[in-house]
Every structure is written in C-alpha cells, then in structure tokens.
Design a protein around this ligand. Structure first.
Ligand SMILES: *[C@@H]1O[C@H](CO)[C@@H](O)[C@H](O)[C@H]1NC(C)=O
Ligand SMILES: *[C@@H]1O[C@H](CO)[C@@H](O)[C@H](O)[C@H]1NC(C)=O
Ligand SMILES: *[C@@H]1O[C@H](CO)[C@@H](O)[C@H](O)[C@H]1NC(C)=O
Ligand SMILES: *[C@@H]1O[C@H](CO)[C@@H](O)[C@H](O)[C@H]1NC(C)=O
Ligand SMILES: *[C@@H]1O[C@H](CO)[C@@H](O)[C@H](O)[C@H]1NC(C)=O
Ligand SMILES: *[C@@H]1O[C@H](CO)[C@@H](O)[C@H](O)[C@H]1NC(C)=O
Ligand SMILES: *[C@@H]1O[C@H](CO)[C@@H](O)[C@H](O)[C@H]1NC(C)=O
Ligand SMILES: *[C@@H]1O[C@H](CO)[C@@H](O)[C@H](O)[C@H]1NC(C)=O
Ligand SMILES: *[C@@H]1O[C@H](CO)[C@@H](O)[C@H](O)[C@H]1NC(C)=O
Ligand SMILES: *[C@@H]1O[C@H](CO)[C@@H](O)[C@H](O)[C@H]1NC(C)=O
Ligand SMILES: *[C@@H]1O[C@H](CO)[C@@H](O)[C@H](O)[C@H]1NC(C)=O
Ligand SMILES: *[C@@H]1O[C@H](CO)[C@@H](O)[C@H](O)[C@H]1NC(C)=O
Ligand SMILES: [Fe+2]
Length: 503
C-alpha cells in the first residue's frame, strides 16, 4: 500500500476526529517533524527544497553538499501558512549548484527527538541547455490521493467509478517503483483532489457519521487529504524534482459545485472557508521557477533541461483575449478563482518565452497544459477547452512546439501531430504541427472517464480502462519517444517515436 509517515497519519486521524489542537506539545511527537519533502528545479544551477511541519520554524534551513560526507553548505528560506492549513510550508532555494550533479541534503529537524527516521535525501540538478545526453521524464496528470481516503479497491455507496483491482499497483506506487527510469516528474494539474472531500463525504466513504458535511468538517477533511497525498508522494518528490501546473481541482474546496444526489443538497463555493478558495493551497505549497523564467508563480513558467525547453501553462485562468477562463468567476467550472495576471499577460509571456528559445541548444519544446482541446470526449465546455485552443494553439504552431501534453479527461489518448483540427500529413515523420497526447489516467477517487464510442479521426491509440502515466525519452536532437506505462504492472502499453529534423 501507499506509504506515509506514521506520525502524519496519526496527526491526520487525530485532527480529523477533532482531538488534535495544533498547539499540542505532547513530547511523544515533534511538531517540527519534516513532512511532505518536495523539490523543484530553479534553473540548471538551482533547486527549491520545500517541506511542511506542524510547528512554525524560526529559520527553515537546508544543509547540502555533493560529497555525502561533507553536507555542510547551508541555505535558509522562509515559511508560509494560510487560513485552515494545519502545517507550515517551508521553501528554501539552493543556488550556485553545479548542473547535472548529485547532491545530498537534509532539512531542519531531520532526526529530531520524537521524529520517525528520515534518510538523507539526494537530488540531481538539471542538465544545462545544450547538454545532449539522452534522458527521460515522467508525466502524470490528474493524480490524486491513493489508499483508504482516495482511490482504493472499493468505492462509496454513491458509486465512484473504476476501483483498483484487488492487487493492483497504483500510480503513486508505480512512479516510485520506476523512479530510476526518469529524472523528474511533471504533473500538469489536478493534484491530490482534496476537493473530493465533499463527494466522498456524501457517498459514505468516510463513514455514515459525516454524510452531511459542514464548513468545519470540510475544512478539516480537505487539509487531511492534502497532507496525506503529499506524504504519499514524499518518497518520490523528495528525490525527483516535482514540476507542477494548475488544474481545476486546485481551485477551491467545492469541486466546481458538488451535488449530493442522495440527500438532494447542492454545494457551492459558499461551503469553502478562506484558505480553500482561489488556488490558495497550491500557491502556498509549491515553488516553481517562474522568477527564473519571468513567469507567474506556479501558474505559468518554463525551464530548460538538456535538449528540452519545458513550459507549463495555465488553462484554468488567464487564457486571455477577454475570454472567461474555465475557473474564473462565471467560467464553466464555477470555481470563482483568478485571474492571476493582467490582460493577455500569459499569452504575451508564452509568445516571448517561446520566441527566445535557442533551438540550437534546446531543439525540443514540450508544453504541459491541463485542459485538452483535441480529445475524443463529450463536447462540453467544462471538458474540452475550445477557448484554450483559440488562444494558445496559434502561438504553439507559430513557434513549432513539438509536443503538447494534456490531462483533465481521465483517459489515455494519443493523437496525431495536428493544427486547426487537421492531422499533419507527415504524421510522426518530421511534422510541422505540434503532437498532442492526453494522459489524465493517473487515477483518483472517481476513477477513469469514458471516451466517445466513436474516436475522433485524428486519434491513434486510446484507452479508458487502464491507470497509467507517461514516460518521455529524449534520445538526441531528432528523436523522442513517448510511452504509456500501465500502473498496475509496469507494462508499456503504447510506444511512439517522433522524428523532427530540427534544422
Ligand atoms: C502523548 O501522546 C501519546 C499518544 O496519544 C500518549 O500515549 C501519551 O500518553 C501522551 N503523553 C503525554 C505526556 O501527554
Ligand atoms: C520568501 O522568499 C522568497 C524567495 O527568496 C521571497 O521572494 C519572498 O519575498 C520571501 N517572503 C518573505 C515573507 O520573506
Ligand atoms: C491477490 O493476491 C492475493 C495474495 O497473493 C491472492 O490470494 C488473490 O487471489 C489475488 N487476487 C486477485 C484478484 O488476483
Ligand atoms: C452507510 O449507509 C449506506 C446507505 O444507507 C449503507 O449502504 C452502508 O452500509 C452504511 N455504512 C455503514 C458503515 O454503516
Ligand atoms: C460538522 O460535521 C461534523 C462531522 O460530521 C460534526 O461532528 C460537527 O458536529 C458538525 N458541526 C456543525 C457545526 O454542525
Ligand atoms: C431537491 O431540492 C430542491 C430545492 O433545493 C427541490 O426543488 C427539489 O424538488 C428537490 N428534489 C427532490 C427529488 O426532492
Ligand atoms: C479586450 O478588452 C479590452 C478592454 O475592453 C479591449 O481594449 C480589447 O480590444 C479586447 N480584446 C479583444 C481581443 O476583444
Ligand atoms: C484570486 O487571487 C488573485 C491574486 O491574489 C486576485 O487578483 C483575484 O482577484 C482573486 N480572485 C477571486 C475570485 O477572488
Ligand atoms: C462543440 O461545441 C461547440 C459549441 O459549444 C461547437 O461550436 C463545436 O462545433 C462543437 N464541436 C463538435 C465537434 O461538435
Ligand atoms: C476528420 O473529421 C472532420 C470532422 O470532424 C472532417 O472535417 C475531416 O475532413 C476529417 N478528416 C479526415 C482525414 O477524414
Ligand atoms: C537518435 O536516436 C534514435 C533513436 O535512438 C536513433 O535511431 C538515431 O540513429 C539517433 N540519431 C543520431 C543522429 O544519433
Ligand atoms: C498489464 O496490464 C495491462 C492492462 O490490463 C495488460 O494489457 C497487460 O497484458 C498486462 N501485462 C502483463 C505482463 O500481464
Ligand atoms: Fe481537471
């Protein structure tokens, strides 16, 4: 089963049952216990190290070094908290590192009295732009909490879809088992699914005592689900940079408006207390390299790694051209969130960011965008983002982007390279259009979605029956391979290689 620290589990259980006050000073525990370790690239010579604790820390500190017997370099950072968060988020940026180099590190209070044992972790910095060594990256989208409060082998009585098979390895476990086969993990939105606390409540998943949630119970459950997810991810995110983008499930606690069909109750954002609206947890939890790329917080940014320029964009808010973005007030998801930039700020940034790519150094450009526009799913505005296509596609075509990875629809679908609905005549053999892959099949409480019975004519391979994640391998300047890995058994169910001349 998924791993999470005993301490955190205990605290979560106590807190969920209302027993725990965060000010508790019971000496059996250290509230400074470092939890939820996560790292993120901050340029080829930098790394963000972030973690959470139940106690406030005076000076969050990271010790690090490229010799395990001399881990004495030291960097400090700062902490953030938000209303309803039971933990502090600590963020330290390490700078002036060597590219493509392994470091050992540990954070404040590792091995504190009363803490469970933590290892010294390692990370490897990104390859500099222009380094043509082959490498792989993992991509998972729509990945939620696994285990008894998330996706498991049973469902609530209201009927969540697609439980895991009794002995199936889930996606977090699979990503951990195969962590030596990729250098970092990209997660383009829908992280944890803490906003499923509402639906899981009325579906009886937390027992029949909490069927009718209220502001207090939801605030507590939401934080508990977040904490559990980040604890489950720790064995991966402590050692592999975890690069995230925004999805609709980060926006607020009501899951876009949840209807309890058993008790005939409709929940809106009014059940969300401050701290669980407008992407607050997401903003506080992560640090993405937007300062390094003139981006905007964790919403849009880019980074180079070896032969690839990676870009994360925001399909949830700020899609520009005066269009109402899906998660903005009045948008298709009723999330009442954003915007985070000014008029067309994201589009202008994307255009400039892509224009400034030196293709002699980073011939490949990969863009991660949560919501798809090319997908064989129901043509609903909350599912297929036609406005996103309208604003983003011309820029992606103009700059000859190689690959666009989407999620949001919980299926796997590999499409052709294409533009304006037209498959590229060259297919994967040196196309002049971006290649589109939807992989939202990582898994969460509500399982998988359904593909249309009739796939679109640009669709090549698709499945709505298997949980899985993507592995991208950049062999050299001209060849890259996408693989769809089945989480349950590690089998690669689909492989396709893109050839680009890149001259
Ligand atoms: C601390 O908490 C543990 C676990 O709940 C309990 O067994 C122990 O008695 C407590 N100790 C004190 C000093 O309160
Ligand atoms: C925390 O650190 C970041 C990065 O060093 C800095 O931008 C930010 O202003 C700091 N915040 C506070 C409250 O000191
Ligand atoms: C799951 O694994 C257990 C223990 O190995 C085995 O007894 C059981 O038959 C398996 N169930 C399925 C459905 O494969
Ligand atoms: C909760 O209620 C549902 C629906 O009435 C029922 O099917 C289920 O057995 C109950 N669960 C428990 C643990 O009582
Ligand atoms: C909120 O729900 C919880 C869990 O069901 C319950 O224990 C608590 O009494 C409720 N609070 C209010 C104010 O209704
Ligand atoms: C559900 O509640 C609404 C009012 O909130 C009411 O109009 C409707 O008749 C109810 N439906 C059922 C099946 O009870
Ligand atoms: C968006 O709105 C602004 C202000 O009303 C206007 O100047 C601009 O032309 C509009 N842009 C588009 C694409 O409609
Ligand atoms: C969300 O936060 C942003 C940035 O703080 C703010 O500009 C925006 O107005 C907020 N949106 C809503 C709906 O409150
Ligand atoms: C999808 O719906 C939009 C309107 O919401 C319409 O313009 C478009 O033609 C539809 N696409 C397909 C393939 O039916
Ligand atoms: C694919 O389908 C679209 C309509 O959905 C149609 O306009 C186009 O001609 C079709 N292309 C091919 C190659 O069949
Ligand atoms: C690039 O990698 C592909 C796949 O491994 C290989 O077939 C091809 O020969 C390589 N090209 C060069 C120029 O090395
Ligand atoms: C792994 O699971 C997939 C999906 O169910 C299946 O198609 C494949 O055959 C399995 N692989 C092995 C080696 O059993
Ligand atoms: Fe989504």
């Amino acid at each position: 089963m998924a791993r999470f620290s005993l301490f955190s589990l205990l605290v979560s259980v106590l807190a969920a049952s209302g027993v725990l006050a965060v000010a508790n000073t019971n000496e059996s525990f250290s509230f400074a216990h470092p939890l939820e370790h996560r790292i993120a690239y901050a340029g080829a010579r930098g790394m963000f190290v972030s973690w959470n604790t139940f106690a406030q820390l005076d000076t969050p500190t990271v010790w690090y070094g490229c010799d395990p017997f001399d881990v004495t370099s030291k960097a400090t950072g700062n902490s953030t908290i938000y209303p309803t968060s039971r933990t502090w988020n600590h963020h330290v940026k390490l700078t002036d590192l060597k590219p493509n180099t392994k470091y050992w590190y540990y954070v404040s209070n590792t091995n504190c009295y009363g803490c469970s044992e933590l290892p010294m972790y390692t990370f490897t910095t990104a390859r500099e732009a222009g380094d043509e060594t082959p490498y792989s990256a993992a991509v998972a989208v729509d990945l939620g909490l696994m285990g008894k409060d998330g996706l498991s082998n049973h469902v609530g009585f209201g009927g969540a879809a697609n439980p895991l098979g009794p002995n199936d390895t889930n996606t977090i476990q699979s990503l951990l088992m195969y962590k030596d086969t990729y250098d970092f993990l990209a997660h383009f939105g829908d992280i944890a699914y803490a906003d499923y606390a509402l639906k899981e409540s009325w579906q009886g998943y937390f027992g029949n005592d909490s069927l009718i949630p209220n502001k207090t119970s939801i605030a507590t459950l939401y934080e508990s689900l977040l904490e559990q997810y980040y604890d489950e991810m720790q064995p991966i995110s402590a050692v592999k940079p975890y690069m995230v983008g925004p999805g609709n499930h980060e926006a607020n606690c009501d899951n876009g408006g949840t209807t309890d069909t058993v008790h005939n109750i409709s929940y809106t954002v009014s059940i969300c207390v401050p701290g669980q609206t407008n992407f607050t947890g997401y903003i506080n939890h992560f640090r993405m390299p937007s300062e390094e790329s003139s981006g905007n917080g964790n919403f849009w940014y880019s980074f180079d790694h070896g032969m690839v320029h990676w870009v994360a964009i925001d399909t949830e808010t700020d899609i520009g051209q005066n269009l109402t973005s899906p998660d903005e007030p009045g948008g298709s998801e009723n999330e009442n969130s954003g915007p985070f930039g000014t008029y067309n700020q994201q589009l202008n940034w994307l255009d400039q960011d892509l224009a400034s790519v030196d293709r002699s150094k980073t011939p490949w450009i990969v863009v991660g965008a949560h919501r798809p526009w090319y997908v064989s799913a129901k043509n609903r505005s909350s599912t297929i983002c036609l406005d996103c296509r309208h604003t983003f596609e011309p820029i992606l075509i103009k700059h000859n982007v190689d690959l666009v990875m989407h999620g949001h629809v919980h299926v796997y679908e590999r499409n052709q390279p294409m533009k304006n609905y037209n498959p590229d005549p060259n297919g994967l053999n040196n196309p002049s259009s971006p290649w589109y892959i939807v992989n939202g099949a990582a898994g969460h409480y509500d399982g998988l979605d359904s593909l249309n019975a009739q796939l679109n004519n640009y669709s090549v391979v698709a499945t709505d029956k298997v949980y899985g994640w993507s592995r991208l391998t950049f062999h050299n300047r001209t060849h890259m391979t996408h693989q769809f890995v089945a989480s349950k058994n590690g089998t690669v169910l689909d492989t396709a290689t893109l050839y680009k001349e890149h001259c």
